[in-house]
Design a protein around this ligand. Sequence first.
Ligand code: TXA
Ligand code: MG
Length: 315
Amino acid sequence: MTLLGTQDLSAEADGIAKAADLLRQGLLVAFPTETVYGLGGDARNGEAVAAIYEAKGRPSFNPLIAHVASTEIAKRFVEWTDQAEQLAQAFWPGPLTMVLPLQDDHGISSLVTAGLDTLAVRVPAHRTARALLASFDGPVAAPSANPSGQISPTTAAHVRTGLEGRIAAILDDGPCGVGLESTIVGLAGAPALLRPGGVALERIEEILQTELHHHQLGDLLTAPGQLQSHYAPDAPVRLNAQATQGAEVLLGFGDVTCDLNLSDSSDLAEAAANLFAALHKLNATGRPIAVSPIPDHGLGAAINDRLRRAAAPRD
Ligand code: TXA
Ligand code: MG
C-alpha cells in the first residue's frame, strides 16, 4: 500500500476517535505511552500486524507486545497466575510487560507472537494510550515506533523522522515521561527478567519475594528481540568515558563537563527520560559519541542495557 503522507493527530477526543478508526481499518497509528511511542496495529488482524513488521523493517521472528486497557482484558488472552496478579496489582497500569502462556481461542494473530505459545501483554499508564485503547476496544500490537535497530522514539518528531510516509498517522501528546521501554518479565516458567526497563528489577523482586532469573546479553532464546546491536546511532558509541577523544561529543551524567548531560543531579529517572532524545540529538551532530559511566542499579541497569546495545558491533 502506498501512503501519501503520515497524518498528525492531536491527543484530543477527535484525534483519538480518528486514530481508533484507522486501527479498525487495519492501518497503523503511532501513539504515545509513558515509556516510548508505540507503532500500533490491531493485534487480531494479521495484515495489520504484517504491516507493522514491514514499516519497521523488523525481522518477523521478533514477537510484539499486545497492549490492553485493563488487567481484566489481559486475562482474556493469557493464562493468569498468582505472580501475574501480584505484579499487575503493583505495576499496572505502567511500564511492565508480562509474558504468559496464551489462552485457547485468544483471537490474537500468530504474527504477534511470532508463532510462540506465549504472549507479551502490557496495560500502559499514559492517558492518550489509555484513551486510544478504550476507544478502539481491542488489543493493540505495538513495538516501539522506530525503524528496527535504530534509536527508540520519545517524541512525535522522532517517530516522523523514522517512519514518515510508512504509517497512517501519529497521535502527538508530547515527550514520554519514563523514556525507556517497559521491563519484560517472563512468567511462563520460573520468573525471569527478559528485558530491564521502566520498572526497576529491585522493585519486582521485592513484590515477588524472589530473585528473577537473568538472561545474558545477546541470548536470543529468552527474548528474541534482545538483539545485540539495537538503539544504534549512525556514529560509533563508546561507554564509560572519562573524557572525549578526537572528534567525540560527550554525553554526560552527574557533575561532569560535557556536550549534553542526562542528569546533572545524577538522578537516574531523569537520565532515563532524557536518554533516547539525547542520542537522537547527538546522532544529528554526525560525530562519534562518548558516554560517562552510569551507576548500574535501579533504572541505571536499564539505561546501561540500552547503551551497551547502542555501542555493540553492528552487522
Ligand atoms: O515500553 C514498551 O514495551 C514499548 C511500548 C510501545 O509499549 N514497546 C516495545 O516493544 O518496546 P518492542 O517490540 O520494541 O519490544 C518488545 C520486546 C522484544 O524484545 C520482543 O522480543 C519481546 O518483547 N517479546 C515479545 N513477545 C515475547 C514473547 N512471547 N516471549 C519473549 N519475548 C517477547
Ligand atoms: Mg524497540
